[in-house]
Design a protein around this ligand. Structure first.
Ligand SMILES: Cc1cc2nc3c(=O)[nH]c(=O)nc-3n(C[C@H](O)[C@H](O)[C@H](O)COP(=O)(O)OP(=O)(O)OC[C@H]3O[C@@H](n4cnc5c(N)ncnc54)[C@H](O)[C@@H]3O)c2cc1C
Length: 333
């Protein structure tokens, strides 16, 4: 029976960061990593960025290494007992542990598709940024289904359109993988619920990454974040705390993406229902958009504006009160 001081369930970026966190505190404790994937941990963002532009597949690997680390790949954890400190996988293998991490991420949402388009994607379309790259944006259209048609695909919309295509990429978000935690008796909500030390409702079981719901003091609310910075930072913090470092996770994660030659970084709450103030240097190409609620800044979108993530975090932590006009030039584009 494999027996580990630290057992990690999940083989993603969070698990890799947790291995590093454990080793930063405990150089010797045995680590087992159980992943449903047959691959070693790899970076996800290059899948939709670098690889399509010709970056080599070899560039994505995380190179997860540590003395005393054993991988169990292609194995799915089916259940665990917090009391007996045992996990059972889909092949019937039983693993024992002192500390357990759940970094089970999420899985692609099931169709039906739909939801609101992000306001800036629409606005960019108004400014022709998509069109000039040969992309038609169909704002307000809801995809109702995909049909196979003589070797091609047809996306059928609620509005009755049928669009023939060679392939479909569904960017429809994920839902957190909480079933394992749930059937094993841990508290779940919009994710696996953790305290500021990233412990679940059982103190020897931790959760981090896309699957975890945590409290962020800066915003004064619980969040679940599906982004790289959170996977890396929270994964590492969970590993350190599994190895008894005892440091609270108070990080306010940021996220980023690229749209052709434009890029953005964003911190905090970017909810289009909040009041916004846009401070453009060049409209929709370079500037800062502030999201406000009750005279406080809740989120900052840095649009082609770099090196301001930490300043944005500090601004969100400030009590205000702010009027939108106070924010003009506050974070220089
Ligand atoms: C294509 C793509 C592009 C992205 N681009 C960006 C970006 O530009 N910017 C950004 O900030 N973020 C981006 N992200 C998001 C970011 O990569 C994720 O937030 C991050 O990868 C989450 O890591 P995770 O380890 O928590 O979860 P996951 O990567 O989902 O890993 C979960 C792991 O758990 C395993 N698992 C689940 N259940 C079990 C079980 N019962 N037993 C064993 N193993 C199990 C899975 O097989 C998987 O290995 C992107 C993600 C994708 C997929």
């Amino acid at each position: 029976m494999p027996d580990y001081k630290y057992l990690l369930i999940g083989g993603g970026m969070t698990a890799d960061a947790a291995v590093q966190g454990i080793r930063a505190v405990d150089p010797n404790g045995s680590i087992g990593l159980l992943s449903a994937e047959s691959h070693l941990p790899y970076n996800r963002p290059p899948l939709s960025k670098g690889l399509w532009k010709g970056d080599p597949v070899e560039s994505i690997w995380r190179k997860t290494e540590a003395a005393g680390l054993v991988f169990h790949l292609g194995r799915q954890a089916k259940q665990f007992s917090a009391k007996d400190k045992k996990v059972i996988d889909d092949c019937g293998t039983v693993y024992t542990f002192d500390k357990l991490l759940l970094s089970t991420g999420g899985r692609v949402r099931r169709l039906p598709f739909g939801g609101d388009n992000i306001i800036y994607y629409r606005t960019l379309d108004d400014y022709g940024i998509y069109r000039e790259k040969g992309v038609d944006v169909l704002p307000g259209e809801t995809a109702a289904g995909v049909e196979g048609r003589s070797g091609r695909l047809a996306v059928v919309t609620k509005g009755g359109r049928s669009i023939e295509v060679d392939g479909v990429v569904a960017g429809i978000g994920i839902q957190p993988n909480v079933e394992l935690a749930h059937v094993s008796g841990l508290k779940t909500g919009n994710g696996i619920v953790v305290n500021e030390f990233l412990q679940t409702s059982h103190p020897d079981i931790f959760a981090a990454g896309d699957a975890a719901e945590f409290y962020t003091p800066t915003l004064g609310k619980r969040l679940r974040v599906e982004h790289e910075d959170n996977a890396n930072t929270m994964g590492r913090a969970a590993g350190e705390n599994m190895a008894s470092k005892g440091v609270p996770y108070h990080h306010l994660p940021f996220f980023y993406s690229d749209l052709f030659d434009l890029g953005y970084e964003a911190v905090g709450e970017l909810d289009s229902r909040l009041e916004t103030f846009a401070d453009w240097k060049t409209p929709f190409r370079e500037g800062v958009v502030y999201y406000l609620e009750r005279s406080r800044v809740r989120g900052v979108l840095l649009w082609n504006t770099w090196g301001q993530v930490d300043n944005a975090r500090k601004l969100i932590a400030e009590p205000g009160p702010f009027r939108p006009s106070d924010l003009k030039g506050r974070l220089p584009a």
